[in-house]
Design a protein around this ligand. Structure first.
Ligand SMILES: Nc1ncnc2c1ncn2[C@@H]1O[C@H](COP(=O)(O)OP(=O)(O)O)[C@@H](O)[C@H]1O
Ligand SMILES: [Mg+2]
Length: 214
């Protein structure tokens, strides 16, 4: 387990009996239902602003899925401020950015983790043209290929307020989960985030109220 995990607590992985782990299992069940009824396989984890807990939620949800014996691919699409390589203690020399730029094959970018059934595509080195890379046919093809190989694909995204990247990625996914940091994110920002998600192809399949106790 990485230092990041110990320090920040990957709840689902380290303490499966906790209330938070139960929350992720419930979210997983909701997504499962959407998966079965509407064939949703690629799920973008989105939020209005940075720091609301998207990356933490993505990692926990991915672990909750893996613990249910489903094969999971977690993709870090936050090419400007990636964190999944730190959460799972993985090298970041190759990843989504290098695969989309054609500098490595996608197989090289998919890494196993300490968790059975869970593999991660880290973001890779920060590129000079993140929006262009995400808004490419290569990204569409990568997600389609991942759907063939994995039971579920969870995509950690940048914040919606930070530019076009998050919407571009969500538009390529089947479903989206909106993370809301209770007590911090303003209602207007949440409403705007929901509205912009509704304008893209992904269907909103759930919301996470993060840090409810703080
Ligand atoms: N439920 C939580 N309880 C405590 N700390 C949290 C929780 N969710 C997120 N954090 C912390 O808040 C910070 C931002 O979380 P992160 O998942 O990186 O947000 P985002 O991806 O939306 O920018 C991180 O330091 C993370 O460890
Ligand atoms: Mg993040």
């Amino acid at each position: 387990m990485s230092r990041w995990m110990r320090k920040r607590g990957l709840i689902a992985g380290t303490n499966p009996k906790s209330a938070a782990a139960e929350t992720y299992r419930r979210l997983r069940t909701g997504i499962e239902l959407a998966n079965r009824t509407a064939g949703m396989k690629t799920i973008a984890i989105a939020s209005a602003e940075p720091g609301e807990g998207k990356s933490t939620a993505s990692a926990n949800l991915a672990i909750a899925y893996a613990q249910a014996n489903r094969s999971v691919l977690l993709i870090d699409s936050d090419l400007r401020a990636p964190v999944q390589h730190r959460i799972f203690d993985l090298p970041n020399e190759t990843g989504l950015s290098t695969a989309l730029a054609g500098r490595c094959g996608i197989a090289e970018a998919i890494r196993p983790t300490a968790f059975a059934n869970l593999q991660v595509v880290c973001a890779g080195p920060i590129p000079s043209n993140p929006t262009e890379l995400l808004d490419s046919d290569g990204m569409t093809a990568l997600l389609e290929a991942a759907k063939e190989r994995f039971d579920i694909v969870i995509v950690d995204t940048p914040s919606l307020a930070a530019g076009a990247d998050a919407l571009i990625v969500s538009d390529k996914c089947d479903g989206a989960v909106l993370v809301i940091r209770r007590g911090k994110t303003k209602f207007d920002a949440v409403a705007k985030a929901k509205e912009s998600l509704e304008s893209c192809r992904a269907r909103l399949v759930g919301a996470v109220f993060n840090r409810t106790g703080r």
